[in-house]
Design a protein around this ligand. Structure first.
Ligand code: ADP
Ligand code: MG
Length: 724
C-alpha cells in the first residue's frame, strides 16, 4: 500500500488525544458559559450607570450610539480583557470572501521614556483602518484606493479568543470603504434588520398595538459537517486545496443502511464535540443540539436561536471553533457542501423568525385562524418569497452549493414555501371568504398502554422544501454548509420589509382610520394577497419530476446553478428592493454580482487545476505502474511458454489511454481564455471546465476499481469515511 495511506491508517488506529480531558463536574457549564464574553453582566458591573444605560439603549432599543460613552466602554473593556490575559485587540469583520478577517494590534504604546502604556480608548474601539486593497470590492474601490474602515458593532458583544500563548480581545465590527459602501456581510445585515423593524412596527401599530419595542429578526442555524482523520486529509491534495474530494469511487458500503443518522456518536467524535461545545459556551454561543447526520462521518450542531446579527457572528465563530478543535483530536472538520460524491452533502438550515415584546410574530398560537397578526405576517412571507424567490436563490448560490441543490438530498433549486396542512387550510378558508376553524393536531396513541399519549403536531414535516414553515418559524434549507448565513438573512429581512410595507399600505387603505374595521380589513388584504401569491405554496414532494413541471407552469424560476442564479441579483426589481430600504445601493449590488461570479470562477479554476495535477502526477502514474506490472507478467508468462490472459491488461491500457486524453481535454479547457465579461468566464467554467473535470474523474474512479490497492496513491472513500 502506498506509504501515505499506510502511515495514515497506522496513525488513525494508534491515535491518542493530547487534549487534556475536560471536567464538567469541576467546572459546570453554567460557570463556563459566557466567561470569555464582555457580557451584559460585565458591562453592568464595570460601567458607570449612565454609560451602561446609554449603551443598553443602543443594544436593546436600537437607538443611535452616543459617542461620548465609548471612552468609558473602551476603558472597561480593556481592563476586563487584560485581566483575562489579553495582549492584543482585534477588529473582527466579515469581508465578502465569506470568511472572517481580523487585524490584531497590541495594547502597548511606547511612552517615550523607554516604557509602554496599555492604551485603548474610544478611538481604538470605535474605528479601525485595515488596508482594504486585498479584499474583494467588486469595483467599488480601485486597488490603489486602499482605505477601508471597521466600525464597532455594539450589539454584538466583544469576546476573548484564547491561544495557549496568550489571548486576544475581539471586537465585532462592520467594514466599509472610504466612501461608506459596505464591503462586508454585517453592514447589510444590520441595515436589513433596521428596515424590517421599521415596516413590522408600522404594521403592528396599524393593528392597534403600542409599546412593543423594536422588532428583531432571529435566526437559529443548524450546521452540518464531516469529520475525518487528518492523516487522510493531508494525503488528499483535493481536500486540502478545495475542501472536497475530486476523485474517489463509491465505497462498498455507503449510507444505504441508514445506520448512521442519529446513531451512537463515536468516542473520539463525541470528545471533540464536547470540547467544541465547551469553547463555544465560553464565547456565549448557545449551542444546544448535536447528532450524527445521514452520511457516514457526518454530524450536526445547532444553537438556540438568537438575534439574527448575533446569530450570524456566532455562526462564523462556530465554524472556526469546529475546525480548530477538530484538529486537537486528530481530525479535520470538512465544511464543504459536498466533500464526498454519492453520499449526502451538508447544508445549513437557517431557522428564521421575528419578534418583539408581543412575542414571536410567526407563532400561530393555538388558533391561528383568529390570530390576525400571525396571518398578516405569514401572508407577507408568502408574498415576499413569491416575488423574490430568485433573490433568495441567488443568496445561496456558489459553486459548493451547486453539488447539493436539486440533488435529491437537499431542496430543489426551485424556491417554494411549505405551509403544512393546517396553515394551508386556513389560507384557503381566508381566500374563500373567512377563516373560522383551525385543524387540530390532537393526540396520538402508539398502541402500547404503558407509553404516554403524545401530542401530535398539526402538520407533518417536509424535508424536500427549501423554505418550510416549522411551527413558529420558517426554515431556509437551501443555505450551504460553508456559507455565511448573513447573505440569506439580508434577503429574508429585506423582502419581508417590502411585503410588510405593501400589506401595511393596503391595510391602511382598508381601515380608513377606523380601527373597528380591522378584522374585515385583514380578511380583505390577506385574501387578496394570498390569491396573487398562493402559487408559491407547495406542500408536496419537492424532489418529484411532477413538481418541476408544475413549478414551470406556475412560473416559478428553476435556477439550476450558480451561473444561472447570480444574475438574478441584477434583476431590476431586486436592485430596487435592496436599494429602497437602504440595504444595498445599486453599486453595492453590482459589486456583489461581480465578486460572487469571480469567486465562482476562482473556485472552479482551483478545483480544475487540482484535479489536473492529481490526475497527472498521482493517478495516471499509478495506472502506468499497473500497466507495466501486467505487461511484465504477460511477458514472463510467455517466456515460460504459457499463454497469458490479456483481459485486465487490455482494460488497464484502455482506461489509461482514456485518462490521458481526458487530461489533455481538461488542460485545454482550463487554458482557454474566455473572452467577454465575468459572466462569460463563469459560463466557460460551468460549460467547458466542469464537464471536462467530470470525465477525468469518472475514468480515474474506474481505474481505482482495478489498480492494486498497494499502488493506489489516494486514501479511498472507504478509508476516509469508515476508519475513525
Ligand atoms: P430540527 O432539526 O428539528 O429542525 P433543531 O433543534 O436541530 O431542529 O434546530 C432547530 C433550530 O431552530 C434551533 O436552532 C432552534 O433554536 C431554532 N428555532 C426554534 N424556534 C425558532 C424561532 N422562533 N425563530 C428562529 N429559530 C428558531
Ligand atoms: Mg431543522
Amino acid at each position: 500500500m502506498s506509504n501515505a495511506r499506510k502511515e495514515a491508517i497506522a496513525a488513525v488506529t494508534t491515535f491518542k488525544s493530547t487534549a487534556p480531558p475536560l471536567n464538567f463536574k469541576e467546572t459546570p457549564t453554567n460557570e463556563i458559559y459566557g466567561s470569555n464574553v464582555f457580557s451584559d453582566a460585565q458591562m453592568k458591573e464595570r460601567l458607570p450607570k449612565a454609560v451602561y444605560k446609554a449603551l443598553q439603549k443602543t443594544i436593546k432599543q436600537y437607538e443611535k450610539l452616543d459617542p461620548s460613552v465609548a471612552d468609558a466602554v473602551a476603558l472597561a473593556m480593556k481592563d476586563w480583557a487584560i485581566e483575562k490575559g489579553a495582549t492584543h485587540y482585534a477588529h473582527v469583520f466579515q469581508p465578502l470572501t465569506g470568511i472572517t478577517a481580523e487585524k490584531h494590534d497590541s495594547f502597548l504604546n511606547p511612552t517615550g521614556d523607554g516604557k509602554t502604556l496599555a492604551e485603548f480608548g474610544a478611538k481604538e474601539l470605535i474605528q479601525g483602518e485595515p488596508d482594504a486593497s486585498s479584499f474583494p470590492s467588486g469595483g467599488l474601490r480601485s486597488t490603489f484606493e486602499a482605505r477601508g474602515y471597521t466600525a464597532w458593532d455594539p450589539t454584538s458583544p466583544a469576546y476573548i479568543l484564547e491561544n495557549p500563548n496568550g489571548t486576544t480581545l475581539c471586537i465585532p465590527t462592520a467594514y466599509c470603504s472610504w466612501t461608506g459602501e459596505a464591503l462586508d456581510k454585517k453592514t447589510p445585515l444590520l441595515r436589513s434588520m433596521q428596515a424590517l423593524d421599521k415596516q413590522a412596527t408600522r404594521v403592528l401599530k396599524l393593528m392597534g398595538n403600542s409599546n412593543f419595542g423594536p422588532v428583531t429578526a432571529s435566526a437559529g442555524p443548524e450546521q452540518e459537517y464531516f469529520l475525518i482523520d487528518r492523516n487522510f486529509f493531508f494525503a488528499r491534495p483535493d481536500l486540502v486545496t478545495t475542501g472536497r474530494s475530486l476523485f474517489g469511487c463509491k465505497p462498498p458500503k455507503g449510507q444505504e443502511f441508514e445506520d448512521h443518522y442519529f446513531g451512537a456518536i463515536p468516542d473520539r467524535v463525541l470528545a471533540c464535540m464536547l470540547d467544541v461545545e465547551r469553547e463555544l459556551y465560553k464565547l456565549g454561543v448557545p449551542v444546544k443540539t448535536r447528532h450524527n447526520e445521514v452520511a457516514p462521518a457526518q454530524y450536526e450542531i445547532a444553537p438556540v436561536y438568537e438575534n439574527a446579527n448575533l446569530a450570524a457572528d456566532h455562526q462564523h465563530t462556530t465554524m472556526m471553533v469546529l475546525k480548530k478543535v477538530a484538529s486537537k483530536y486528530g481530525m479535520e472538520c470538512l465544511l464543504a457542501e459536498k466533500p464526498f460524491a454519492g453520499i449526502n452533502g451538508s447544508g445549513k438550515h437557517v431557522n428564521w423568525s421575528m419578534g418583539c415584546a408581543l412575542g414571536n410574530l410567526l407563532d400561530p398560537g393555538d388558533n391561528p385562524h383568529s390570530n390576525m397578526q400571525f396571518i398578516i405576517f405569514c401572508a407577507a412571507v408568502l408574498r415576499a418569497v413569491h416575488k423574490y424567490g430568485d433573490l433568495m436563490r441567488a443568496s445561496v448560490a456558489f459553486s459548493g452549493n451547486d453539488h447539493r441543490l436539486g440533488a435529491n438530498e437537499a431542496p430543489p433549486a426551485i424556491i417554494s414555501v411549505y405551509l403544512g396542512s393546517q396553515l394551508a387550510d386556513i389560507f384557503s378558508q381566508i381566500e374563500a371568504g373567512g377563516a373560522t376553524t383551525t385543524k387540530k393536531g390532537g393526540t396520538m396513541t402508539i398502541g402500547v398502554d404503558i407509553l404516554p399519549q403524545i401530542k401530535k403536531d398539526a402538520g407533518d414535516r417536509n424535508r424536500t422544501s427549501p423554505f418550510a414553515f416549522t411551527g413558529n418559524r420558517f426554515e431556509f434549507r437551501a443555505v450551504g454548509s460553508n456559507q455565511s448565513i448573513a447573505g440569506p438573512l439580508v434577503v429574508l429581512n429585506t423582502i419581508m420589509a417590502e411585503s410588510l410595507e405593501h400589506l401595511g399600505d393596503e391595510l391602511e387603505k382598508e381601515l380608513g382610520g377606523d380601527p373597528s374595521k380591522l378584522p374585515a380589513a385583514v380578511q380583505k388584504v390577506v385574501s387578496d394577497s394570498y390569491k396573487k401569491h398562493k402559487d408559491i405554496v407547495f406542500n408536496g414532494n419537492g424532489y418529484s419530476e411532477e413538481w418541476h413541471q408544475e413549478a414551470e407552469k406556475r412560473g416559478l424560476p428553476n435556477l439550476k446553478d450558480t451561473v444561472a442564479a447570480i444574475p438574478a441579483l441584477l434583476n431590476p426589481k431586486n436592485i430596487e428592493v435592496l436599494s429602497k430600504y437602504g440595504v444595498l445601493s445599486e453599486g453595492e449590488v453590482h459589486s456583489r454580482y461581480e465578486i460572487y461570479l469571480e469567486r465562482y470562477c476562482k473556485d472552479i479554476n482551483s478545483e480544475s487545476l487540482t484535479a489536473l495535477a492529481m490526475a497527472k502526477t498521482m493517478i495516471l502514474p499509478a495506472g502506468f505502474r499497473y500497466q507495466a506490472e501486467l505487461a511484465n507478467t504477460a511477458a514472463s508468462l510467455k517466456a515460460c511458454g504459457k499463454n497469458p490472459h490479456l483481459g485486465t491488461l487490455d482494460k488497464a491500457t484502455e482506461l489509461v489511454a482514456q485518462l490521458e486524453s481526458a487530461i489533455d481535454k481538461l488542460e485545454g479547457a482550463i487554458n482557454h481564455t474566455a473572452s467577454g465579461d465575468i459572466l462569460a468566464h463563469a459560463k466557460h467554467f460551468r460549460d467547458e471546465v466542469i464537464p471536462a473535470m467530470n470525465v477525468v474523474r469518472s475514468i480515474a474512479d474506474k481505474l481505482e476499481t482495478i489498480v492494486p490497492d498497494d499502488i493506489w496513491p489516494l486514501p479511498t472513500y472507504q478509508e476516509m469515511l469508515f476508519i475513525k
